[in-house]
Design a binder for this molecule. Structure first.
Ligand code: HEC
Ligand code: HEC
Length: 462
């Protein structure tokens, strides 16, 4: 087959996979045990939040759910698109009601594999767990800020409880159906950390040699020369680009200051000096060879050649009070020849993989109308045992009794619109009073505290 034909078959295949709009809880994707190459050592996963398949699956649903925005129009994925390494081709992304973000969206690939625990261009989020619910609470991005007339995240949580799939998914992932911000943070951080890419030409070469400084057998002469420039660029002091974008993770040095790119996104007159972080330099390009969106916090560069020119002659602006000293003075001029510039660009192109752009485990689980199907609820972890759960009396007015197998249960009741109206614990056959509930259908769930099995039933409140 011609290369072009293979490409179009690949594109078609991935389009088919990516439209699969369901989650199968009895057959989860592997997020927790993906493994990594032996030469990858940096990892910012906190001991309290290592990845499980169940929680990362919940994180995937949250990441793609437009209902997490105030008007059901924006999801994380609106600005972090799998086809572009989870970044955006626009300089500034469109959020709620057409509002624009203050900076360029960041690629989210290999966010896990770095030493710095902090996130965002200016590192203002101390951990990924803190970061992931900030866009939801940003008035421009997803709009649950709790400020200037906008509802807060508690209101989002009440909204989520009315969607049939969330109590089930939280039950599945965390063993109890309550939705909390902390659980959302854990699940979304796990999904983001699961997004990884180690099938690049760089990785294939690195696996064949004992040290990363040695020529890679699968590289062209130019790519190997470019790797040397990256590691030892003259004039930037050794080790060159490597001193801030550290191979083989290509994560940012947590001590880096800014790199001389100082204007604001969308405003050439204003300064933005606090940008001291870059996402991993892996997957700057997508497999078709084009950049995954413009580069830097302000999206100022649309080609890799412009980036190299920038580092070849760093603008020395007295207004820049936060320039990294490694880029200051004579060292700020790399004095690369035209050939060396090409070699450096060739090397940066070897950092692109394929899998992360097409693997369905990181794709949208919703269909075009925003619906999702949850399959496999009868797996051993989540059991819907409605047939063994009875409520007496039914209809009920003042109180109910739960008829369940012996045991202690976490009990939740949901009103006609799915809103949580009661939560508590009870033993089987215990009486529960129903003070002041509105008349109508009530859905009740009881989770056995020992087995984790969930029983669900409905009754009528008179
Ligand atoms: C409206 C567009 C938009 C939406 C929606 C959005 N993001 Fe972002 N994201 C951005 C921009 C822009 C940045 C960089 C902002 C900055 O540094 O000031 C960013 C940065 C990030 C980073 C930091 C990456 C790094 O390496 O430091 C993470 C992680 C992230 N977003 C995850 C999410 C998650 C999870 C959601 C959904 C809850 C989300 N984003 C929703 C635009 C968006
Ligand atoms: C002193 C530390 C430092 C050195 C040395 C350095 N960089 Fe950077 N780099 C940064 C910082 C900080 C950013 C983010 C700046 C911003 O967006 O304002 C960045 C951003 C980038 C980006 C854009 C990333 C993105 O996601 O948009 C590329 C590409 C890049 N650097 C390549 C290089 C190359 C190639 C070299 C060597 C010629 C190099 N860097 C040397 C600190 C450094």
């Amino acid at each position: 087959m011609k290369k072009q034909h293979i490409l179009s078959v690949l594109v078609l295949l991935s389009a088919l996979l990516i439209t699969a709009s369901s989650i199968d809880l009895s057959n989860l994707y592997n997020y927790g045990a993906q493994g990594k190459p032996g030469y990858i050592n940096k990892d910012n996963t906190p001991v309290t939040n290592s990845i499980t398949d169940a929680r990362a699956t919940l994180g995937r649903v949250l990441f793609y759910d437009k209902k997490l925005s105030a008007n059901n129009s924006i999801a994380c994925a609106s600005c972090h698109n799998q086809a572009f390494a989870f970044s955006d081709t626009a300089v500034r992304s469109v959020g709620l009601n057409g509002g624009l973000t203050g900076r360029h969206s960041m690629r989210l690939v290999n966010a896990r594999y770095g030493t710095s625990p902090s996130f965002f261009w200016d590192e203002r989020a101390p951990t990924l767990e803190h970061q992931v619910t900030e866009p939801i609470q940003d008035h421009v991005e997803m709009g649950f800020s709790g400020l200037s007339g906008q509802a807060g995240i508690d209101s989002l949580i009440r909204k989520m409880a009315t969607l049939s799939y969330y109590p089930q998914l939280f039950q599945f992932a965390f063993g109890s159906p309550e939705i909390t911000e902390a659980k959302m943070q854990q699940a979304m951080a796990q999904f983001v950390r699961s997004i990884q890419s180690f099938d690049s030409k760089f990785d294939i070469g690195r696996a064949q040699v004992p040290g990363q400084g040695m020529p890679f057998p699968n590289f062209t002469a130019n790519e190997n020369a470019g790797k040397q420039i990256f590691m030892h660029a003259q004039g930037m002091g050794t080790p060159g680009c490597q001193s801030c974008h550290r191979m083989p993770e290509f994560d940012i040095d947590p001590l880096s200051l800014n790199n001389g790119v100082i204007t604001k996104a969308g405003d050439q007159t204003g300064f933005d000096l606090t940008n001291t972080r870059a996402p991993s330099l892996r997957n700057l390009f997508n497999p078709s060879g084009s950049l995954n969106g413009p580069l830097m916090h302000n999206g100022a560069f649309t080609t890799i050649e412009q980036v190299i020119e920038h580092y070849n002659a760093i603008p020395q602006n007295p207004a820049n009070t936060n320039l990294d000293p490694r880029l200051n003075g004579p060292g700020g001029n790399l004095q690369l020849t035209a050939l060396q510039k090409t070699q450096l660009a060739d090397f940066l192109r070897t950092l692109t993989g394929v899998d992360v752009f097409t693997n369905p485990k990181w794709s949208n689980p919703f269909d075009a109308s925003g619906n999702i199907t949850i399959l496999g609820l009868n797996s051993s972890i989540y059991q819907n045992k409605a047939e063994k759960f009875a409520i007496f009396p039914n209809p009920a007015s003042q109180f109910i009794y739960l008829k369940l197998p012996q045991g202690q249960y976490n009990v939740h009741m949901y009103g006609i619109n799915g809103q949580l109206i009661y939560s508590g614990t009870a033993e089987a056959s215990e009486r529960i009073d129903l003070p002041g509930f509105a008349a109508g259908f009530i859905t009740i769930t009881a989770v056995n505290q020992t087995t984790g099995w969930m029983y669900q039933a409905k009754f009528i409140k008179q």
